[in-house]
Design a protein around this ligand. Structure first.
Ligand SMILES: [Zn+2]
Ligand SMILES: [Zn+2]
Length: 249
């Protein structure tokens, strides 16, 4: 696999993941030019890898709500009062909203142009910008979420005491589930035709309608990173505004 191939075009009828790297420095422009159909393109030739990339939305609450509640309960059985446990769970979920902002701003939107850089970016987030209405590539696949959760479980072991750690972690998981459900709802909770219509309107008259930041900001890639809340966009001055959208369009 080499880097950029001059004049390379992606063949959308073939598995995408090992193609996008060849776009080199034209990758970012390609990936931020969305295809607004609900089709779910093939990522890998391998059926096994392909299955790992597709997740039905309800799998997220089915798996992660019980896990979250298990950890929250753990702090209760370790001796903390119920009100304190509930409060700490809410704080844990609030911490998640900050993590969500940081992930989307600093990791999901890293500028890439090398073969493997593009490939990595496409897998973690680029695919959602290319096919924003692909309902099976929207929530975080459980295997990927489990790896991230394990990292944070270890990090929380350094940051918190033995009995506070589980409830902060569990609250964070509940916060994550809320995020993925809200994000899914923004894309698919309304009639698809309507959401497609608002994007098409944006294309035609440059009007600015509420939708997923990913959808409405495909032309401005440096604003609007919060999904669950706009709070952190306010705090860090990345709240989108219409004028910016017009200029960069
Ligand atoms: Zn989105
Ligand atoms: Zn994004």
């Amino acid at each position: 696999m080499t880097g950029e191939m001059v004049g390379f075009t992606v063949d959308l009828s073939k598995p995408l993941v090992f193609q996008v790297g060849h776009l080199g420095e034209t990758y970012q422009e390609w990936v931020h030019t969305p295809i607004l159909t609900s089709e779910s393109p093939r990522f890998f030739e391998s059926d096994f890898l392909e299955i790992l990339t597709r997740t039905v939305w309800w799998v997220v609450p089915v798996i992660w709500v019980p896990v979250g509640l298990y950890f929250i309960t753990m702090s209760y059985t370790m001796g903390h009062s119920l009100p304190l446990v509930v409060l700490m769970a809410v704080v844990g979920a609030f911490v998640w909203t900050f993590l969500e902002y940081c992930f989307h701003r600093f990791l999901f939107h890293i500028d890439t142009e090398s073969y493997w850089g593009n490939t990595f970016h496409y897998l973690i987030h680029g695919c959602h910008h290319k096919h924003p209405m692909d309902g099976l590539r929207l929530v975080i696949p459980p295997a990927e979420a489990a790896i991230l959760a394990l990292m944070f479980w270890n990090l929380y072991g350094i940051l918190f005491t033995l009995s506070i750690r589980p409830v902060m972690f569990g609250g964070g998981l509940i916060g994550y589930v809320m995020y993925d459900m809200i994000h899914y709802y923004i894309h698919h909770g309304q009639p698809t035709k309507q959401s497609l219509k608002s994007i098409k309107d944006k294309d035609r008259n440059n009007t600015y309608r509420p939708a997923c930041p990913v959808l409405k900001l495909y032309r401005i890639q440096n604003k609007g990173f919060g999904i669950t809340t706009a709070l952190w966009d306010r705090v860090f001055g990345t709240l989108p505004n219409t004028k910016a959208a017009d200029k960069s369009g």
